[in-house]
Design a protein around this ligand. Structure first.
Ligand SMILES: Nc1ncnc2c1ncn2[C@@H]1O[C@H](COP(=O)(O)OP(=O)(O)OP(=O)(O)O)[C@@H](O)[C@H]1O
Length: 326
């Protein structure tokens, strides 16, 4: 049985409702034709928290976020955003939301400043456009037409558009995709400042370090189901405390590795990169002795060996598998 199958067989449920959530998703289901994209998803996001939604390509992140934004309709389940129905109460809800879309390309002929001023006009108490251009590092590009902005500048304009209405809750779909390291760092700073001022943020990302550094809690979804929901520390710490990671030639016999006396599971998470988990009650040092003895007997070269807390990426690959998605 794969790690993913083992994990998904134990259903993970979102945190119970306390009545003070910014977002509540209960038994959400969505299909496109015969493609059941969201099987049964439940989670909630607390007010003021940064919540990261992770999952491989096609896991259902954008479908979930766009349903919360009111752009798609759930087939079943309850969706509440700031206590409101995103479709039927959109008029009241929309002014309180900020949305950083994945796709750019709106108004290609307008300048960055003109687009921001246009959007600022939709809100009762917008932020100051000059300050906003400064904040996202577009002051020097404010007169550049949108179609001529670089990929990273477009993402920064999308960020400014999400902030212009002074929202209480912001949805960010892959906020730093395509940004250079400086812009990413600056965006992380903006997200931290927003959180410090009480704004709730739900973001999706493929960057594990981004989720680990920014999020109060991380939800991992795959095939439209929640497979993990916890703090980054709990996900990377407790879960991986009994893990040995090693690098050796690709294609080792994982069944054989898993049958070492102190091992419970073995997985090749990337070609040549392995994770071995200890059995309940067994010690990591004993597993290392067994592993290195086995490698020596097989004349297999070991190029790296690590124990202790693993990375979020390791855990993500363990839970969702290493095959490339559509
Ligand atoms: N409008 C649509 N019509 C038909 N199928 C769709 C539609 N939107 C999404 N899908 C399908 O639903 C599944 C989930 O897509 P979704 O965009 O929600 O995933 P995702 O987790 O955001 O992926 P990515 O990381 O690639 O952005 C995919 O198989 C996708 O092809």
């Amino acid at each position: 049985m794969s790690a993913r199958a083992q994990t998904t067989s134990q259903k993970v449920s979102g945190s119970p409702s306390t009545g003070n959530e910014a977002i509540v998703v209960e038994n959400f289901k969505k299909r496109y034709g015969s493609n059941e994209v969201i099987k049964d998803l439940s989670f909630s996001v607390r007010q003021g928290e940064v919540f990261a939604l992770l999952g491989p390509n096609g896991a259902g992140k954008t479908t979930t976020v766009e349903t919360l934004e009111g752009y798609r309709k759930a087939d079943a389940g309850t969706i509440r955003v700031l206590g409101l129905d995103p479709i039927h109460e959109a008029q009241v809800l929309k002014p309180r939301l900020g949305v950083m879309l994945q796709q750019d390309g709106l108004y290609p002929a307008l300048t960055a400043r003109e687009v921001l001023e246009l959007f600022a006009g939709y809100f009762a108490q917008p932020r100051n456009v000059t300050d906003l251009l400064e904040l996202v590092g577009l002051a020097n590009a404010q007169k550049t037409r949108c179609r001529r902005l670089s990929g990273g500048q477009k993402r920064r304009l999308a960020l400014a558009l999400a902030l212009v209405g002074n929202p209480e809750l912001i949805f960010m779909d892959e906020p730093t995709a395509g940004m250079d390291p400086q812009a990413r760092l600056a965006t992380w700073g903006i997200i931290r400042d927003l959180k410090a001022s009480g704004v709730t943020i739900l973001l999706t990302t493929h960057y594990m370090d981004e989720a680990e550094r920014l999020a109060d809690r991380i939800a991992i979804i795959d095939h439209g189901e929640l497979i993990k929901l916890d703090t980054p520390a709990n996900i990377t710490g407790v879960q991986n405390a009994n893990v040995v990671r090693f690098v050796a030639p690709a294609g080792l016999d994982c069944a054989r590795l898993a049958s070492l006396p102190s091992a419970s599971k073995a997985q090749e998470i990337r070609p040549g990169s392995y994770l071995l988990e200890t059995k309940e009650g067994q010690e990591v040092p004993q597993l290392i002795v067994e592993l290195t003895t086995w490698l020596r007997d097989q004349h297999i070269t070991l190029s790296e060996l690590r124990t202790g807390h693993g990375s979020l990426e390791d855990l993500f690959l363990r839970l969702t598998g290493s095959e490339v998605r559509d």
